[in-house]
Design a protein. Structure first.
Length: 643
């Protein structure tokens, strides 16, 4: 009999008896218990979930804007993710699905993973990588990514993963920021049946950096020559099979992951080892109810925090099986994902609203023929999910049997923070739910005063801050202090809007200049910088506009040098330019050439006004402009196009 994990009661969805029976947490007493003493609560979880070499002497220490968990504690992350599961070494740790249908999936057991990671740790050591060194990783979703990342954690090196779709320039900035000496990349990967060559971009990126060696995974069979290049597999084969794990301090840096900064320079978000491990372990366990026999598929790329925490580290810390897929969701056709779920008995499926909306557009026929009865829990993340997409996900993928867990979090938070727990509920479309037990979020107005239920305000986190929270911005204290602590002083500023609905949190979206394009985070500033660097561009403004599938897309207003008129050809060129500088994710949906941008007397570009124009709203605040006449011109340009 196919099991049902949710029931409907008074217009809301709740866990069924069956879900309560299998859930790690099935009673909302957990929230009260945590609140009695949040620090003690995490202390208990840390002891229970993570294997320490030495216990900490101070559980929580706070001197804002910094705070530390498990101070004095010692551990190795890799030991927690791999070594401690060796008693069931024959269990599958990773299932990898290559995109080409004629290639067989690869399964790697915990014992095999252990050997490979140990070997690769020795490879890195052989190349002179030491504790606290940064290693850059520019890999697609292939098993070597996991091996490389874990090997870094074994030797105590800091990994810095860069999304494979990012440009050479984006990679270069990140290599330079971390001062990495080693780059791990691949010749390429498959995407929609095509070979995407990563190595070309990697070669370009390392010019002018301190990269000494480039370890290349041979995925496409392309020969890579040169003194600097090493073959991943060959090196692995030559290496010793054991590397004694480095014992690290809990607060040592485990990895850096870049996210867009408001000034255009990416921010290297720092995560430590102990706190991150504790949050990754418990959020994976409780949100997705991971047990030994679960197969979790988080569709995020490892270039993002979701990929770090829920495609790799969370499931492995729990000794579960994780699945990753190399290719495009609609290749060779839009039933690919559902076949993968069926063929691999995926029980926990975690994806983004943009993917859900894409599948809705393809039509039900691709999914309705699949029973998908292995599924127990569905998750969503990355941007607010609308009711239509939530219900479609619930009904068509979950067949009305599985809870949809709408997890709110950020690169900075390391792990999920606001969502319903599967055994507790309720599961309400568009509402994320409650703060994860042991954490606390409130909603305040711009002055920092508590907002009333139903009123939209700023979502902030209050002390003690969650263990998985960032430990700063790499080499940029000022940015860290300004971005997260300037506005509300003692509260962590998420830059998200939210309101309370019967005590549950509903996220409304970013309140700063960050856009979420197909779940990817972009700032207007980094896009404008990229455009302004083009030799024909004088200045530009980027504004987000709603998009049916991607949620939001950037629209560009460009003033050319000499106020020249643009052309279709130049639009194509500028889009290519963005692909090159940042990556195709950031490509503007539309580019308008304008004679001027609406500006205040002090020269500030009024993006808000441009936003109202493209969204067909009445622009306000025109009186503050030095050039109000330009608004009419731009309106004309846009309505002309709509004809
Ligand atoms: C921003 C963080 C960490 C996961 C991947 C995104 C938005 C994230 C939700 C959600 C509404 C969400 C927020 C947040 N966001 N999850 N469930 N509901 N909005 O990480 O790229 O660092 O982006 O994504 O705006 O601040 P990220």
């Amino acid at each position: 009999m196919v099991k049902k994990y949710v029931v409907k009661r008074s217009g809301k969805f709740w866990p069924s008896e069956e879900m309560k029976r299998i859930a790690w947490v099935s009673d909302d007493k957990i929230y009260k218990e945590a609140e009695k003493n949040l620090i003690k609560f995490w202390e208990k979880l840390a002891k229970e979930g993570i294997t320490w070499e030495q216990e900490w002497n101070e559980t929580y220490y706070e001197k804002l804007p910094y705070f530390e968990w498990f101070k004095g504690g010692k551990l190795n992350f890799c030991v927690n993710a791999v070594d401690r599961h060796l008693d069931k070494g024959s269990k599958t740790a990773l299932i990898w699905i290559p995109e080409p249908l004629n290639e067989k999936p690869i399964k790697i057991t915990y014992a095999e993973l252990y050997e490979k990671v140990n070997r690769f740790a020795n490879v890195l050591k052989g190349l002179g990588v030491k504790k606290h060194d940064v290693v850059s990783i520019y890999l697609p979703l292939i098993p070597e990514a996991l091996i490389a990342m874990l090997a870094c954690t074994r030797i105590g090196a800091i990994h810095s993963v860069v999304f494979s779709a990012f440009s050479a320039e984006a990679l270069k900035t990140r290599i330079l920021d971390g001062n990495a000496k080693i780059l791990i990349t691949a010749d390429g990967y498959y995407r929609r049946g095509k070979k995407e060559y990563l190595i070309k971009k990697a070669k370009k990126a390392v010019k002018g950096t301190d990269i000494k060696k480039i370890i290349v995974v041979n995925r496409l069979g392309k020969k890579v020559f040169g003194r600097k290049y090493l073959d991943f597999k060959k090196e692995l084969g030559k290496a010793e099979t054991y590397y004694k794990p480095e014992i690290m301090n809990s607060e040592d840096i485990m990895f850096i992951l870049y996210t867009s900064g408001t000034t255009g320079r990416p921010k290297g978000v720092i995560h430590d080892i102990g706190g991150y491990a504790v949050q990754a372990y418990w959020t994976s366990k409780w949100n997705f109810n991971l047990h030994d026999d679960d197969v979790m598929w988080c569709t995020a790329d490892i270039g993002w925090i979701t990929g770090h925490t829920y495609a790799f580290y969370g499931p492995l810390l729990n000794g579960a099986t994780t699945l990753i897929y190399e290719g495009a969701p609609d290749f060779p056709d839009p039933s690919r994902w559902w076949k993968i779920i069926k063929e691999n008995n995926v029980s926990v499926f975690y994806t983004a609203p943009t993917a859900i909306r894409m599948f809705m557009r393809f039509g039900d026929k691709y999914v309705s023929k699949h029973k998908l009865d292995s599924l127990k829990i569905l998750g969503t993340v990355g941007e607010p999910i609308d009711k239509g997409a939530w219900m479609w996900y619930f009904n068509k993928i979950g067949k009305g049997r599985c809870p949809v867990i709408d997890t709110w979090w950020q690169t900075e938070t390391g792990g999920t923070l606001i969502n319903a727990l599967p055994g507790v509920g309720p599961f309400v479309p568009t509402i994320s739910g409650r703060s994860f037990p042991g954490t606390k979020h409130i909603i305040v107005d711009d002055k920092g005063k508590l907002s009333q239920e139903g009123k939209t305000g700023n979502l902030v986190q209050v002390s003690p801050f969650a263990p998985g929270m960032l430990h700063g911005i790499y080499k940029n204290h000022k940015k860290y202090a300004e971005t997260y602590w300037k506005r509300f002083k003692t509260k962590y500023d998420t830059s998200d809007g939210a309101y309370l609905n019967k005590g549950l949190i509903r996220i409304t979206g970013r309140t700063d200049d960050v856009m979420k394009v197909a779940g990817h985070r972009l700032t207007t500033a980094e896009l404008e910088n990229a455009l302004n660097n083009h030799r024909l561009v004088n200045e530009s403004a980027i504004v987000p506009t709603p998009h049916k599938i991607k949620g939001q897309v950037p629209v560009a207003f460009v003033v050319l040098k000499g106020r020249k008129k643009g052309s279709e050809r130049l639009i194509k060129k500028l889009k290519k330019h963005i692909d090159k500088v940042i990556g195709p994710t950031a490509r503007p949906e539309k580019i308008y050439f304008v004679q001027d941008l609406p500006k205040t007397r002090s020269g500030k570009i009024m993006r808000r006004i441009l936003k109202s124009i493209i969204n067909n709203e009445k622009p306000e605040g025109l009186t503050t402009l030095v050039n109000p006449e330009i608004v009419k011109d731009i309106k004309g340009l846009i309505s002309e196009e709509g004809k």
